[in-house]
Design a protein around this ligand. Structure first.
Ligand code: ACO
Ligand code: LMR
Length: 268
């Protein structure tokens, strides 16, 4: 019989060989006929299935709330400085994206895993916080530089309210909020931040859809799908900042000497 040549490359999300491009088997014309939107496209290409409308709407909300947070944050700052050094769009964008990580915008997957494990093990929030402190670990998804109990983050309010209204259970969000109750007793800035809130609600959303096995949910998160969402969202803002700097004809940035403490090597 025929012996098939073994392939060197495996792919399972899209196919452009036929008459029509497909996303997870759905022809591109159907994507538009059914008005799946960017949330539907993400659910096809990332999760390989069509999620219900309340879930695709939620994905779109995440993209919208993470799109930008002003020029002062680490990533926008890098993108701006790079654009002002005369670099092109892609280099400036890449420079901004490279700041996304455990302190800025890239805490989502780790936060989701921490909160899921807390819910799974039944450890109460106070013990969770105490244990993390003893282990000298930061709780991912907790803490903000400028947002606090007195200056709440409207993005978090929007996401929380949607989850409460549309998901069959918000067990992970509720657990994260219990953690916030404990951490904010220490310091009012130790709130559930936008990364942590999206992370907790996303797990609740995936579980509400019943479209995934529990092991699949964990695997997708371990593979970085939630930080991927922040990255896609914030790319919108970074591109905006880069275009803005070019439009405003901003020249090379040099940080002012008077804003740098020059310390002796021996003192540092
Ligand atoms: N868990 C436990 N304790 C914390 C946390 C946390 N996540 N964050 C700060 N603390 C504690 C610190 O240990 C420190 O305690 P100490 O005074 O006893 O030493 C105190 O709070 C102040 O810490 P700072 O590092 O000065 O806090 P800062 O405001 O600079 O940090 C940051 C803000 C970077 C967001 C921090 O809270 C953090 O790393 N959080 C976890 C990562 C995270 O969720 N990042 C996403 C932020 S939202 C976004 O980027 C879109
Ligand atoms: C952001 O969305 O960039 C922020 O929450 C981080 C910040 O410091 O504002």
């Amino acid at each position: 019989g025929l012996v098939r040549k073994p392939s060197n490359f495996v792919s399972s999300i899209s196919d452009d060989r036929g008459d029509e491009l497909t996303y997870a088997g759905v022809p591109i014309s159907q994507v538009f006929k059914q008005d799946l939107g960017i949330g539907g496209v993400i659910s096809l290409l990332w999760f390989r299935r069509q999620l219900p409308v309340y879930a695709t709407k939620f994905i779109e909300m995440v993209i919208m709330v993470t799109a930008d947070h002003g020029p002062a944050v680490a990533g926008a700052h890098n993108a701006i400085v790079t654009a002002r050094a005369g670099k092109d769009m892609i280099s400036s964008l890449a420079s901004g994206l490279l700041t996304i990580g455990p302190r800025f915008g890239g805490a989502l997957d780790a936060a989701a895993l921490m909160f899921m494990e807390g819910v799974r093990s039944g450890e109460d929030a106070a013990s969770f916080v105490a244990r993390m402190r003893n282990e000298k670990k930061l709780i991912m998804g907790i803490g903000h530089r400028v947002k606090s109990l007195k200056n709440p983050d409207q993005r978090v309010v929007i996401i929380k309210e949607y989850a409460k209204k549309h998901f069959s259970s918000t067990a992970v969000l509720d657990y994260a909020l219990e953690i916030e109750q404990v951490t904010t007793q220490k310091r009012s800035t130790l709130i559930l931040n936008v990364d942590g809130c999206i992370a907790a609600c996303f797990v609740d959303m995936l579980r509400s859809c019943s479209a995934f096995e529990e092991t699949e949910v964990t695997e997708m998160i371990e593979n970085g799908c939630l930080n991927g969402l922040f990255t896609v969202g914030r790319s919108i803002g970074f591109v905006g900042h880069i275009l803005d700097q070019k439009r405003l004809k901003q020249g090379l940035y040099r940080h002012p000497w008077d804003d740098i403490s020059y310390v002796n090597a021996d003192d540092a």
